[in-house]
Design a protein around this ligand. Structure first.
Ligand code: SF4
Ligand code: SF4
Length: 109
């Protein structure tokens, strides 16, 4: 994740950010539980959870899984929160860093 860059562009309603759930875990706790990163990846992969990255410096482990938000309509609109201000905060802020979603209409320069 890279921050501190100027965001340009706009949401083009590709819906991809509403189809993946991301969770940040504590890296050393997870490694203690699983023994090492390969064991951890194997165990999570059986449940469709991917390791998107790990940051030893900040002790964070980035996990992703494909879980589509049940508020996403077939037209890639947010059914529960048509009003942007009423969306969950994290949805309002997204993306605040350069992400790996190729179809996203936002860019960071
Ligand atoms: S609440 Fe709306 S904007 Fe947020 S993930 Fe769900 S569909 Fe997307
Ligand atoms: S990934 Fe980007 S363009 Fe696609 S719905 Fe999310 S914010 Fe909008």
């Amino acid at each position: 994740m890279a921050g501190n860059k100027t965001r340009t562009g706009q949401c083009v309603s590709c819906g991809e950010c509403c189809r993946v759930l991301r969770i940040t875990a504590i890296l050393d706790n997870a490694l203690r539980q699983h023994g090492n990163i390969e064991e951890l990846k194997k165990y999570y992969s059986y449940r469709g959870i991917r390791v998107a990255g790990a940051d030893k410096k900040t002790n964070r482990l980035f996990l992703e899984t494909n879980v589509t938000c049940d508020k996403l309509t077939p037209e890639n609109k947010c059914s529960a929160h048509g009003d942007h201000e009423k969306m969950p905060l994290i949805c309002q802020k997204y993306p605040w860093f350069k992400d790996n979603i190729a179809t996203c209409g936002y860019r960071f320069e």
